[in-house]
Design a binder for this molecule. Structure first.
Ligand SMILES: Cc1cc2nc3c(=O)[nH]c(=O)nc-3n(C[C@H](O)[C@H](O)[C@H](O)COP(=O)(O)OP(=O)(O)OC[C@H]3O[C@@H](n4cnc5c(N)ncnc54)[C@H](O)[C@@H]3O)c2cc1C
Length: 390
């Protein structure tokens, strides 16, 4: 039996579910098709850090809008999202100071509470931290992290309450066109018709786009997270983005800390998103543990708790593709969030709904993220960026 709706979304990660929520809020009928379970892709293993530090105005504004949604989740989406306001700190080299100053000016200009702080301030925020090499330090008091499972399921449940359908265990195997327009998809649980199809398949984004005969430069790249249990007296700590060591550390409930890498070389770890090593490598666990203790010496007494791997959807400029391809076809791509899409998802859902509805004066334009920027050699660039920090 064929099912019909106004919009089909492929992929029930945080991006697909946020988009479904915004469309359903406008009375548009939506079917989300997910080959596995809600949140089974990169979203489910996201470190879910929420910060507003970006080096171009649009993404900074998107991050701020999204932060406000995470802070007011109950009113805006419903239920709880586990937002923890721990504050966010970035530690950089003295060479980064001019760029950092410029970024902070940009952020303050769009209303973000961000500032440069001294090593003494840093000690106060995180007693025991090693500030020896910390020449340039940024601080965002409002940032922190939330729970990615609560987030994606919160969006999915809210979309369902508004009439959306989420079909799990349904892999999309074909995208159908009639003339220049998309007409629907074929899935392992049947045929679905709609005049609009949105590819929110994250690390599978290129594979799904190829079903429509479109090439998108998105690679699935393996990334690892190591987990440590902190000594009992250290209840929580701010999120630390340690650019000097190329690592991030963030608290997790249960007195744990998650540690991961911030390294553009992660783009080289291209894998098959359906077949990659999901464990953490022993060397990575050791390396992150050493970095964590070097930065935060009281953690010498912490215990290694293993870890896991997951996948980023990485594009050449570490920014997503959000576009209708070909123009006027009703076929949209919204994938390739390159390791920083979780914190932006609330804004992205709004942007995609506005784009699909052709809203004349949207709060955020998707123009910067058009697919042909790669062919035009006009990648997204910030005024001053540090790999994934965008
Ligand atoms: C380890 C890790 C740490 C991260 N940390 C952060 C962080 O701290 N802050 C931050 O902002 N971002 C972070 N990110 C990035 C962020 O989590 C992702 O950008 C975001 O979750 C991507 O969501 P998505 O919906 O685009 O993709 P996904 O969550 O991967 O969802 C895509 C979905 O599409 C489905 N799918 C694929 N092919 C098909 C098909 N043919 N038919 C049907 N369904 C299909 C998949 O099963 C999947 O569920 C992290 C990511 C990882 C992996």
């Amino acid at each position: 039996m064929t099912q019909s709706s106004d919009v089909i979304i492929i992929g029930a990660g945080v991006i697909g579910c946020a988009t479904a929520f915004h469309l359903a809020q406008r009375g548009i009928s939506v079917v989300v098709l997910e080959k596995d379970a809600v949140g089974a892709g990169g979203t489910g293993r996201s470190s879910a850090i929420i910060r507003t530090h970006y080096s171009n105005e649009l993404t900074a504004r998107m991050a701020l809008h999204s932060l406000r949604v995470f802070q007011n989740w109950g009113d805006q989406v419903g239920g709880v999202v586990g937002f923890e306001r721990t504050g966010w700190i970035a530690i950089m080299d003295v060479r980064d100071m001019p760029g950092l100053e410029a970024n902070i000016a940009l952020q303050r200009g769009v209303g973000i509470d961000a500032s440069l702080i001294t090593a003494a301030d840093l000690q106060e925020l995180m007693p025991g931290i090693d500030t020896g090499d910390a020449a340039a330090v940024a601080y965002e008091p409002e940032s922190g992290y939330a729970d990615p499972h609560l987030t994606v399921n919160g969006y999915a449940d809210a979309a369902k309450r508004l009439g959306a359908k989420i079909v799990v265990n349904c892999e999309v195997t074909g995208i159908r066109f009639e003339g220049d327009r998309v007409a629907g998809v074929d899935g392992t649980r049947g045929r679905f018709d709609a005049p609009v199809v949105v590819n929110c398949a994250g690390p599978w984004g290129a594979r799904v786009a190829s079903l429509a005969g479109i090439e998108v430069p998105i690679n699935a790249c393996r990334v690892q997270v190591a987990v440590y249990r902190r000594p009992a007296q250290f209840e929580s700590h701010p999120v630390v983005m340690d650019l000097l060591q190329g690592a991030y550390f963030r608290s997790e409930t249960g007195n744990l800390t998650l540690a991961g890498s911030i390294d553009p070389a992660e783009a080289n770890a291209v894998v098959d998103p359906d077949d990659y090593a999901e464990h953490v490598d022993a060397e990575f666990e050791l390396e992150m543990g050493e970095k964590f203790m070097r930065r935060y010496p009281p953690m010498e007494l912490s215990e290694s708790m293993g870890g896991y791997s997951s996948i980023y959807a990485v594009t050449p400029d570490w920014h997503p593709v959000m576009d209708e391809v070909p123009p006027g076809s009703g076929h949209y791509i919204c994938s390739g969030f390159s390791g920083h899409g979780y914190k932006l998802a609330p804004a992205v859902g709004l942007m995609m709904a506005d784009r699909i509805q052709n809203v004349a004066d949207p709060e955020f334009s998707t123009e910067l993220f058009r697919l042909d920027r790669y062919a035009d050699d006009a990648p997204v660039r910030g005024q001053y960026e540090y790999s994934i920090a965008g």
